[in-house]
Write a protein that binds this ligand. Structure first.
Ligand SMILES: Cc1cc2nc3c(=O)[nH]c(=O)nc-3n(C[C@H](O)[C@H](O)[C@H](O)COP(=O)(O)OP(=O)(O)OC[C@H]3O[C@@H](n4cnc5c(N)ncnc54)[C@H](O)[C@@H]3O)c2cc1C
Length: 191
């Protein structure tokens, strides 16, 4: 799909605050390419959710309207991963950028998906800790999880998947599911 109808623009504008949905040409073009040579199909619009409930509403509405969606982190992928291939709506996660909790004693942090890797390391560094996966780019944690990003420290410390314990996931039809838990060991030892 190339352009939203006035009715679709009206509906999407009601799902988020007025400054967080755009059909402007520059915003659409900014979400058309990562650092690869791959070129996609210009999205009809870009939306910036700030809460899981908003992501859920957006996906539910797009599913009902058969509008393709493409999540967007920092757009640093090297293989065209966030480039829309069917136009539609880009769901830009960069405003879900809160570090919700850091629990140094547990070596754990709760973050929203738009938190940047370097910001997480800046904040955890105050506790003498760091998030080891380092793909070079200042990527979002959500984009790194989607890619299972690795990098120069992976041989020693592992890749992103090794640091994910628990996820909140919005499925294509808008359902929210929760996976995993924060206990490294979830069963008592049998003797
Ligand atoms: C210089 C450089 C070196 C690199 N070296 C390595 C390397 O050695 N090893 C390696 O593994 N990678 C490497 N990368 C790639 C790196 O993995 C990606 O740049 C990074 O993971 C992408 O994160 P992003 O936030 O920019 O996501 P984007 O590029 O915006 O998106 C990446 C993918 O994740 C999806 N996505 C983004 N956010 C979400 C979300 N919240 N929910 C669901 N899906 C989402 C997008 O749709 C897309 O498919 C390198 C990149 C650069 C620029």
């Amino acid at each position: 799909m190339k352009e939203f109808t006035p009715q679709q623009i009206d509906a999407l504008s009601r799902l988020v605050s007025v400054d967080r949905f755009s059909t402007g040409q520059s915003n659409r073009e900014l979400h058309l390419h990562d650092i690869s040579a791959h070129r996609g199909v210009l999205p009809a619009g870009v939306i910036w959710p700030v809460a899981t409930s908003e992501v859920s509403q957006i996906l539910k509405w797009c599913y009902a309207q058969a509008i393709p969606i493409t999540p967007w982190g920092a757009g640093t992928s090297t293989e065209g991963n966030p480039v829309p291939t069917c136009g539609g709506l880009v769901v830009d996660m960069t405003r879900m950028n809160q570090i919700l909790a850091i629990r140094p004693q547990d070596l754990q942090a709760d973050v929203q998906p738009g938190v940047l890797r370097k910001e997480l390391n800046r904040r955890t560094g105050a506790h003498g800790l760091f998030f080891p996966p380092d793909p070079g780019a200042d990527a979002t944690i959500g984009g790194m999880i989607a890619n299972n990003a690795s990098g120069i420290q992976t041989v020693r410390y592992g890749a992103t998947k090794d640091y994910v314990m628990k996820l909140t996931i919005v499925l294509p039809q808008g359902q929210v599911i929760h996976t995993g838990c924060t206990a490294p060991k979830s069963r008592p030892a049998t003797t």
